[in-house]
Design a protein around this ligand. Structure first.
Ligand SMILES: Cc1cc2nc3c(=O)[nH]c(=O)nc-3n(C[C@H](O)[C@H](O)[C@H](O)COP(=O)(O)O)c2cc1C
Length: 198
């Protein structure tokens, strides 16, 4: 990885049987590859052991010594090494899936002073309720959420053969990726210059 390339982790937030999430994540990863500013890693939460029951101490207090399951190692090291994140999320009951909340709650420092963009999909609202909740949660973890994002309403009729029918979608994706790269660079420099006072 050269110094102008940022390690981007694309998180597939849904783990449901028959889910659409991997289709969206795969298109997002493709757009990030085309952008050229990122070294892209897709992390699928369905492949990670994410228990709902947390250890007694919080990850904020336990730091590096937080006792995570062995099956979570791939997720933790991906989050740890990331310069930027894209969370791909559906909308479940006007919020985001429990799988995503559990994955977030098992971590703390891994999110600190790093940018997060969102790509959502769902019914009429395109997952926007899910994103609003995620913005709130990730701010608590000292992450920096990006204003622009991609929302795909009615994905069941608006996507075909693994891509959105909207011909402008790749352009929108580029705008988000440009903003994410800008923040990834700014925040990586800042983290290197001084520890974040969390
Ligand atoms: C439990 C559940 C609740 C849902 N609630 C909403 C909702 O509030 N708004 C919405 O637009 N779609 C909702 N949907 C529809 C999902 O957006 C749609 O099923 C989508 O495919 C879920 O993403 P996934 O296939 O990656 O799991 C819900 C689906 C499930 C399974």
């Amino acid at each position: 990885m050269d110094n102008d390339t940022y390690k981007l982790v694309v998180i597939v937030g849904s783990v449901r049987e028959g889910r659409f999430g991997p289709v969206v994540a795969s298109w997002v990863a493709e757009q990030a590859g085309i952008h050229g500013g990122f070294d892209v890693d897709v992390v699928d939460l369905a492949e990670i052991d994410i228990p709902l029951s947390l250890p007694a101490a919080s990850p904020k207090i336990a730091g590096d010594g937080y006792p995570r399951p062995v099956g979570m190692e791939a997720l933790t090291s991906a989050l740890e090494g990331a310069d930027a994140f894209i969370i791909v999320t559906p909308e479940y009951n006007h919020s985001y899936p429990a799988s995503l909340k559990a994955a977030i709650d098992w971590h703390f420092t891994q999110w600190t002073a790093k940018p997060v963009a969102f790509v959502s999909y769902g019914g009429a609202a395109g997952g926007r309720h899910a994103v609003l909740h995620l913005e709130n949660v990730l701010t608590e973890l000292h992450a920096v959420t990006i204003r622009d994002g991609l929302a795909f309403p009615k994905y069941f009729t608006e996507w075909q053969d693994g891509r959105p029918l909207d011909s402008e979608a790749p352009g929108y994706a580029k705008t988000v990726l440009d903003q994410l790269a800008w923040w990834a660079g700014a925040l990586r420099s800042a983290r290197e210059a001084a520890p974040y006072p969390a």
